[in-house]
Design a protein around this ligand. Sequence first.
Ligand SMILES: N[C@@H](CCC(=O)N[C@@H](CS)C(=O)NCC(=O)O)C(=O)O
Length: 286
Amino acid sequence: MAETNEYTPPKVWTWNKDSGGRFANINRPIAGPTQEKELQVGKHPLQLYSLATPNGVKVTVMLEELLAKGHTGAEYDAWIIPINVGEQFTSGFVKVNPNSKIPALLDRTNPEKPTRVFESGAILLYLAEKFGEFVPADPAKRAECYSWLLWQMGSGPFLGGGFGHFYAYAPTKIEYAIDRYAMEVKRQLHVLDLHLAENEYVAGDEYTIADMAIWPWYGALVKGALYEAAEFLSVHEYENVHRWTEQIAARPAAKRGRAVNRAWGDASGQLIERHDASDFDKLTLD
Ligand SMILES: N[C@@H](CCC(=O)N[C@@H](CS)C(=O)NCC(=O)O)C(=O)O
């Protein structure tokens, strides 16, 4: 192992603002707002404050799937929160998510008493319960759905905060960190691959919120869309994950959901803000 820089932690950690990492300008060890600024509110019952990162895409796919099923109460305004300039630390956003991370949802069905929901898994569960969709009715299948949903919520940070950070964003390549997280991410991909060899969808024979949570992360990873790590992680090995990824990617609602609040990549696949179903008309979603 080619480790060179030994580090002895001081007695008390202090904040080094110039750590040099990709997101050093927004990372900080304190919570709460940094500036007074209210959020915008549109005409629909659901107000989403988000960005098309994998965690954001989970929710826009769910909303588009609900609309595709005819749930007009799932109409939503999706506002973009550019996290690279710290919009997640405004007073308005912090009121909807005290954890200052996208996605955050405000349900204004009753405008006198709006309901806030933060954490992508909680938002998926909230919407599934509200509309009675995408969670199996059978208790055993539902248990499977919840298990995989929370598998993603627990595993994702090892992929994003662990592997993605040290492989793609850290200012120096640390062999120990990259090795540790590459091993874990490959293990996770194998867990998923073995499971999808026996199951059409994550929770069995039904497409559920568990697929919607896992697809934006592990589907993107095997397609080379995350951290430019496809070759490094030999993602071609996970054939069942590829089969499932393509199956979900073909769904029109998944294509629409992926485009919402996207501010990078091909311009024809970007819908910076979404306020109406017709907003998609100007995009090419394939
Ligand atoms: N566990 C949270 C994680 C959300 C999260 O990490 N969001 C990132 C973007 S994917 C974010 O907003 N980062 C901004 C920051 O950390 O300041 C969830 O699933 O909703």
